[in-house]
Design a protein around this ligand. Structure first.
Ligand SMILES: [Cu+2]
Length: 114
């Protein structure tokens, strides 16, 4: 009997979570240059659990991302982007990762002249 009650509570909690899971859309400035950057950024963001849509614009340098806010958040998204080589307002890419980017993707001013 206790087990049944526990199961019921769990089912109710999961149900409530689904009902209240809000989709959130945020715009995050992500540094980058070209369509290769666009693919890299969108790919890594789309792989994050909870992300529904990701669209980075190479002209405005803005990433528009839609996600379930119970599963992920803007900070996690920024961390994932920084890991593949693109600076965000709160998370910067390690120099080592940055230096590994193709030349056309190097967006830092001082690094362009080498
Ligand atoms: Cu690029």
């Amino acid at each position: 009997m206790k087990t049944k009650l526990a199961t019921l509570v769990v089912v109710l909690l999961i149900g409530a979570n689904t009902v209240f899971a809000a989709e959130k859309t945020e715009k995050i400035v992500v540094k980058g240059n070209c369509s290769m950057c666009e693919k890299r950024i969108e790919k890594v963001v789309q792989e994050i659990d909870g992300v529904k849509k990701a669209d980075w614009d190479k002209t405005t340098k803005k990433l528009k991302v839609t996600f379930e806010d119970t599963k992920t958040d803007a900070d996690k998204i920024e961390i994932a982007i920084a890991k593949v080589g693109h600076d965000t307002p709160n998370h910067k890419t390690d120099n080592e990762v940055y230096n590994g980017l193709p030349d056309c993707c190097k967006y830092r001013e001082n690094a362009k002249t080498h």
